[in-house]
Structures are given as C-alpha cells and as structure tokens.
Write a protein that binds this ligand. Sequence first.
Ligand code: URA
Length: 243
Amino acid sequence: MPRMRLDKLLAHLNCGSRKEVQAMIRAGRVQVDGATERDPAAKVESDTAQVVLDGQTQQYQAQRYYMLNKPAGVITASRDARHSTVLDLFPEEIRRGLFAVGRLDKDTEGLLIVTDDGALSHALMSPSRHVEKVYEATVEGELLPDAEIRFEKGLTLKDGTVCLPARLERLTGDGAQRVRVILREGKYHQVKRMVAAVGGVVVQLRRVQLGGLRLDPALAEGAFRALTDQELTMLQKPASESI
Ligand code: URA
C-alpha cells in the first residue's frame, strides 16, 4: 500500500502548493483518520487514509485530471528549452507524470485537459471517437455568405485535406466579428484553415468545450483546477448529434 508524506498527498490532491499545505497542517486544519495531524512529514496510507481539510474529506485518486485555461503564448508541450509550456503553469510538486490531452496552437487560448491518464487521452484524441470540440474565434475579413453550408457539407482545404462536416455559427455582439466553430476532429491548424477557406482570418481563438465539458468561466487565464467527478463524466460523454 503506498505510504506518502501528508504534505505531498495534499499537494497531489491540489489543496495548495507544498508550502501552503504545510502551513495548513501545522495550523491544525488537517485530520487523518479522525485525529488532527500537525506534522507535514507524517506518513499516511495514500489509498485508504481518510484525510480531512477544513471539514472536507479529500479523495485520493490514483489518476489526476485538471482543467487548464491555457493563455496565449505558451506551447502545448511538456518541456521546451526555448518556450514556456503549459506544464510550466503547474507547480513542480504536481507536474511529474502530467501531460496535455491533444494540442492547442501557441496563440490559442482556452480549455486544455492535463492529466496522467494515458487511456483517457487516447480515447479523447482517437479520430474514430469524433469527440466534439467547440471554439470561439474573432475573425477578420468577409466570410462567404454560404460559409455555414460549406462547413456543414465538409470543406476541402487548399491542400486537398477533406474535413468532416462541422458547424459554423456567426455570433452577434460587440462589433468584432465573432464565430463559434464546432468540430469532431483535430487536424493541424484546423479552425484557422477552415475559416480561411470561407474567406476569413482568425485573429483570436479560444477553445470553450471538449466533449461534454465546458471551460469554467471563473477560471482565470493561466489557472488550472482539478476536475470534479461529474466533469470527468461529462468529458467522456459521446458527442451530441448536433453536427
Ligand atoms: N484549430 C486551430 O487552428 N488551432 C488550434 O489551436 C485548435 C484548433
């Protein structure tokens, strides 16, 4: 049975950085199996111990799932000598073993799942699963009047790439031309290339949904949080029949 330091376990559970959870433990805010534990180095059975912080039971999960609101300017990679990566946004003590599910361009923002669950990643990215991805974009240029229909029929890009049927919606709003794009695949620069094929130029792109999981609007750019059990279930939901 895995034994682990209490501070390490709480950091894994995303209760705070190692320093922060040590302060919580010393302050008497943490109970292990019913007794207050003030020693951050105390060893606990990570699988079975009942760990309570401020009255809330913390569930140890062998696998970890985070929702990240990716900011523009960081690349979707684990490590890079020259560029900041999405994993640099995670503190050292929880970063180990994590990777991003799929890829967003450096200048794309929004929902990115970061996990250590290879099977989930594979299932979400498998082309045959057709997991729905929803993007919102600011677009310049004049979109063709029948752009929506072309998306629905399945576009062929300039280089001959054939896209699955997708959806384009023009969003009304504040002056800038905003669109929503719903895809069931993830080809290289796909949204930008599809919008280009109907006369537009994407100048800002944000992913707002993956499968049934929506980006939490309260999550600041660059911030992440653990998925709830319910969100994990929504992520695994099959695509709707909306396309
Ligand atoms: N489509 C793009 O063009 N870029 C992304 O990052 C994601 C989808």
